[in-house]
Design a protein around this ligand. Structure first.
Ligand code: C2E
Ligand code: MG
Ligand code: MG
Length: 657
């Protein structure tokens, strides 16, 4: 008794030919089992070789197609057939041949796949082996049969490729001559079919595992929204670039790109439009990149470019311009045309200089500076001044140390009434005279400190110093409504308990809160508007006044004047410098009129000469600030000013030493 097949001479019908059928389907009850022991041994040996080969493929990463081709070729050596083929079959896709031992077998495989008819379909559907010892007398395959006969096929034996309870296809054995296979040959063929099946299942599982791990790796290194590299991959590429840079005499540049007012796109049009815009920006970036460049999305609306092997700094500048140009055309997303601008910071490492995360930090700081002071232009690429180009990695730490060691200082710049040029208040401005680097721009300090809680410490310190200075100058020198204006970063406003910090500072110093003005820029205010607005309202209830700083830079909108709780508008220097004769006069005039209508006070910043002073007075700005009146000055020197007399060009003679 074997598993399925019997090789018998039929006594009932007295057939002289061998019939091969499954036991269940046998049409005879009585039979002899005949065995050719020598042939069985030979088959077993050959089968053992095939199984050994197969076992080896299980432990290699050999591709599926190669394994199946090899097995199919071996089957023809082992069994008395002229060709073999494998067809994969599924309910949805029908038969699809994947391998054949020779051209003739390939032809028969094609016929079955093409017609959707043949023993492979029957084997697949029944899950049983199908033997056709003589194609001439078998009428089960009306389409395949005649076509295959015409191509010289005499017999075909097909074995299902089993997977669990189902099938994935069939192994076809073709012979030009007619006649059955012996019992052992049938058993061997069936074993081979199981081997092919195991091979395919194993290879498929391996391919799926490989694909899953490749997918996992890809996901871990890419931004899911845009498909661009993420921060992790960017840092990897930076490390690789560093190795390459060490061996070359080329430049490496990094660009930090931050979309302007992206939050407004989300707020006005919904997050789906915001997402679509980010994708459109990413696609535009990809199209302009050289193959060796990297464009990464590292968070929300922040992208970073890494460009290597540049000949000189001029080439780095050129790439900066190209990135800038990417924003010239509007983005069409979800049926909307969105004109988007960006602030771009750039940092370059020359030959021999390390390519590290420091480049990202520097370009980020440059971007921040440009966002704050972009002088009304739409897109600007900014670099940190050459003197500060090599910001140390621990720059933030240095600032913290400077604060602790008392190296930071506050300078005060008078703000004057335009009607009589008498001082009405001062603005407190952070100063740091670095022992090696000299004067460090406050925006660089603030920009770096804002990336951590350090900004809160610095902000609180400036606030305390300013309140203390006001008290030290005394009520005679600065009677109410003399004001002390202190700059506040938006991050400061929304982190920690800023309201309490202010309340504590005025209480401790004994300053009238109505003398305190807090200056903040609107482009940072809108980033976190809900929370910021609440704090602003609380502060105003305390009596503190809020000033909108740098109005007119980049993308200020008159609508902010109505939306934000503001008492004072400071018109930015970039508008004021061109107020004499330029179209900016109209803008300054419009802003002033709107602000005055809304009951606000208007201060013009950066007045450098008499013409500008006269023009803004004519327009109707109540207050002015600038080098024309006085430069930012130490607290002790401010005290020397004769508060009652008008400020001429520069500080009064008594102060200029
Ligand atoms: P800001 O608040 O707009 O301050 C005015 C800036 O204009 C100051 O630059 C001042 O020195 C400069 N300035 C004043 N008059 C003139 C003029 O006639 N011509 C020119 N060309 N410039 C003039 P500074 O001190 O470099 O400060 C830059 C920015 O740094 C400030 O802009 C402010 O945004 C920020 N900042 C300064 N101190 C602090 C601070 O304590 N906290 C925060 N958060 N930011 C600060
Ligand atoms: Mg200010
Ligand atoms: Mg300003």
């Amino acid at each position: 008794r074997c598993r399925h097949y019997l090789e018998t001479t039929c006594y009932t019908c007295d057939s002289s030919s061998f019939i091969v059928q499954t036991l269940r389907k046998a049409h005879t009850k009585e039979f002899y089992m005949t065995f050719d022991t020598a042939r069985a041994d030979d088959l077993n040996k050959r089968l053992a070789v095939v199984l050994r080969d197969f076992a080896r493929t299980l432990t290699t990463a050999f591709p599926m197609q190669g394994i199946v081709d090899h097995l199919v070729a071996q089957i023809v050596d082992v069994l008395p057939v002229s060709g073999a083929g494998v067809t994969l079959i599924s309910h949805d896709l029908g038969p699809n041949y994947v391998s054949a031992s020779n051209d003739a077998a390939l032809g028969f495989e094609q016929l079955q796949s093409e017609y959707g008819d043949g023993p492979c379909i029957l084997a697949y559907e029944s899950g049983e082996s199908v033997a056709v010892p003589d194609l001439n007398v078998d009428d089960r395959f009306p389409v395949f049969g005649p076509a295959a006969r015409a191509k010289g096929l005499g017999a075909v034996f097909t074995f299902p490729l089993r997977r669990g309870d189902g099938c994935i296809g069939a192994l076809d054995l073709y012979r030009e001559t007619t006649g059955s296979l012996s019992l052992h040959e049938m058993i061997t063929a069936e074993t081979m079919a199981d081997v092919v099946s195991a091979c395919l299942i194993n290879a498929e599982a391996r391919e799926q595992a490989d694909a899953a791990s490749a997918r996992y790796l890809y996901d871990a290194l890419h931004d899911p929204l845009t498909g661009l590299p993420n921060r992790t991959l960017l840092i990897d590429r930076l490390d690789e670039a560093n190795l390459r840079a060490k061996r070359s005499r080329r430049y490496t540049s990094v660009y930090f790109v931050d979309l302007d007012r992206f939050k407004l796109v989300n707020d006005h049009h919904g997050h789906h439009v915001g997402d679509a815009l980010l994708i459109a920006v990413a696609r535009r970036f990809e199209n302009m990149l050289r193959a060796e460049d990297t464009a990464a999305r590292i968070s929300g609306d922040e992208f970073v470019f890494l460009c290597e092997a540049l000949v000189d700094e001029a080439e780095a500048d050129l790439i900066g311009k190209r990135i800038e140009k990417a924003f010239e055309q509007p983005f069409v997303v979800e049926g909307l045309r969105l004109s988007v601008s960006a602030s771009i910071g750039m940092a370059v490492a020359g030959p021999g200089e390390a390519v590290s995360n420091d480049l990202i930090v520097r370009s980020d700081t440059a971007m921040y500076l440009i966002k704050r002071h972009r002088g009304g232009r739409r897109h600007v690429v900014g670099k940190i001044d050459s003197g500060l180009n090599s910001l140390p990695q621990n720059f933030k730490q240095e600032i913290g140390d400077a604060l602790e060691k008392g190296e930071l200082a506050v300078a005060y710049q008078p703000i004057v009434r335009t009607s009589d040029s008498v001082i009405s208040g001062v603005e407190a401005l952070l100063r740091w005279e670095h022992p090696i680097r000299g004067q460090v721009p406050p925006l660089l300090i603030v920009g770096t400190a804002e990336r951590s809680k350090l900004i809160n410490l610095i902000g609180e310190w400036v606030l305390e110093q300013s309140c203390a200075a006001l008290v030290a100058w005394g009520p005679d020198a600065c009677p109410v409504p003399f004001t002390m204006s202190v700059n506040v970063s938006a991050r400061q406003l929304v982190s920690g308990d800023f309201f309490r910090t202010v309340e504590r500072a005025v209480e401790r110093a004994g300053v009238d809160p109505t003398q305190l003005v807090l200056e903040m820029t609107e482009n940072l205010l809108i980033e976190d508007s809900d929370r910021a607005l609440k704090v602003l309202h609380d502060l105003r209830r305390l009596g503190v006044r809020i000033s909108l700083d740098d109005f007119g830079t980049g993308y200020s909108s008159l609508s902010y004047l109505t939306r934000l709780p503001i008492d004072i508008v400071k018109i930015d220097q970039s508008l004021v410098t061109r107020v004499t004769g330029g179209p900016e006069a109209v803008v300054v005039s419009a802003v002033t009129n709107v602000a005055l209508e809304l009951g606000m006070v208007v201060v013009a910043e950066g007045i450098e000469n008499k013409e500008q002073c006269d023009e803004i007075a004519r327009i109707g700005c109540d207050y002015a600030q600038g080098f024309y009146f006085a430069e930012p000055t130490a607290a002790a020197e401010i005290k020397e000013i004769d508060w009652a007399s008008p400020l001429p060009n520069g500080l009064p003679a008594a102060v200029v030493t």
